[in-house]
Design a protein around this ligand. Structure first.
Ligand SMILES: Cc1cc2nc3c(=O)[nH]c(=O)nc-3n(C[C@H](O)[C@H](O)[C@H](O)COP(=O)(O)OP(=O)(O)OC[C@H]3O[C@@H](n4cnc5c(N)ncnc54)[C@H](O)[C@@H]3O)c2cc1C
Length: 292
């Protein structure tokens, strides 16, 4: 197996163009497990860890551009206030060691239906920046990025450079059900993001279908139902209906971690709870602003 170690992004794109079968390696927390268990034997490994700019983030025109190699630990400490939903999800990933090495770029590359980074990116409406030497940059909305179980929209010569998203303009939450409290693959997960300026709610479902996905009918319903100008509490019947619509967007399987029925039920509960927390935060923030 060849081991390629480009020092720059353009060298990495050149190497991927020359050898599309080369498997990118970032934190290695998915790749090395697959190689150790002999599930994968790529013709070459393309080590991206020397490319400094991949591990940087910045703000351009009011949007965050987060390099594919920023590890979960830094997402939590440096971007927790701007991306609270993703930071909450990051805290649930593996163990401290995995969070120090693992990246959202790698999570997207692996494209597991259970990847914890995906639901918050879907709820926030993130966009993936992919690039190839031949065609340059391609911006892919995250909702179009996942194409099947562990499959994504990247062409063989493309690499993920970064993801783009606006900093949170309203409350965001992530909830995950596991078979224990830590070091666990999600039985199912759910993310919500309120976008008050657009009077819109975003959602993301994990481990609930062949790919991570949004719940568009639930989003339309709740965006219309919420009293964005008012301060009133959320009606229980509204929250319940939202939960039902979220569960209806799922097409989960029965497997060792849980049944499809259980996943649907858990999703409806998580959706109802996270919506209630988010709405409470939103109305509290409005009341606080008025008082000051
Ligand atoms: C013990 C353990 C616990 C875990 N717990 C969780 C968990 O709770 N939640 C969770 O979501 N995941 C979990 N994982 C899986 C893994 O940690 C995550 O998916 C992580 O985000 C992978 O990031 P990485 O940088 O290590 O990726 P890598 O292993 O380096 O790569 C993963 C995939 O992405 C591709 N890739 C990497 N970088 C790029 C790029 N720039 N462009 C294109 N493709 C790229 C690789 O080729 C590979 O296919 C766990 C793994 C282990 C070993």
């Amino acid at each position: 197996m060849e081991f390629l170690r480009p020092a720059t992004w353009s060298e990495a794109l050149g190497a991927k163009a020359e050898l599309p079968g080369a498997l990118p390696l970032q934190g290695g927390t998915d790749v090395m497990v697959e190689i150790n268990f002999d599930e994968r034997r790529p013709e070459a490994l393309l080590d991206l860890t020397r490319i400094r700019e991949l591990a940087e983030w910045d703000m351009t025109d009011g949007r965050l551009r987060v390099g594919a190699a920023v590890p979960y630990t830094r997402l939590i400490t440096e971007l927790g206030a701007s991306l609270p939903g993703l930071a909450q999800a990051s805290r649930t990933v593996g163990s401290p060691q995995i969070r120090n090495r693992g990246t959202v770029g790698g999570n997207l590359g692996a494209a597991s239906p259970a990847g914890d980074g995906h639901p918050p990116l879907l709820a926030a409406g993130a966009v993936i920046e992919a690039e190839s030497a031949a065609r340059g940059v391609r911006m892919i909305p995250v909702a179009e990025f996942f194409t099947g179980v562990k499959r994504n929209a990247l062409a063989p010569d493309e690499l993920i450079r970064a993801f783009w998203t606006a900093p949170a303009s309203g409350p965001q939450y992530f909830a995950k059900i596991g078979t224990r409290n830590a070091m666990v693959i999600a039985v199912c997960s759910f993310a919500i993001a309120l976008h008050p300026a657009e009077r819109r709610v975003g959602t993301g479902l994990g481990s609930a279908a062949p790919t991570p996905r949004r719940a568009p009918a639930a989003e339309e319903f709740i965006s219309r139902e919420l009293d964005w100008d008012g301060r009133g509490p959320l009606r229980e019947s509204t929250a319940r209906r939202f939960g039902e619509l979220v569960a209806g967007a799922a097409s989960p399987i029965d497997d060792v971690r849980g049944t499809g029925d259980y996943r649907r039920h858990a999703l409806s509960v998580m959706a109802r709870r996270t919506l209630t927390w988010a709405w409470n935060d939103h109305t509290t923030a409005l009341t606080g602003k008025e008082a000051s």
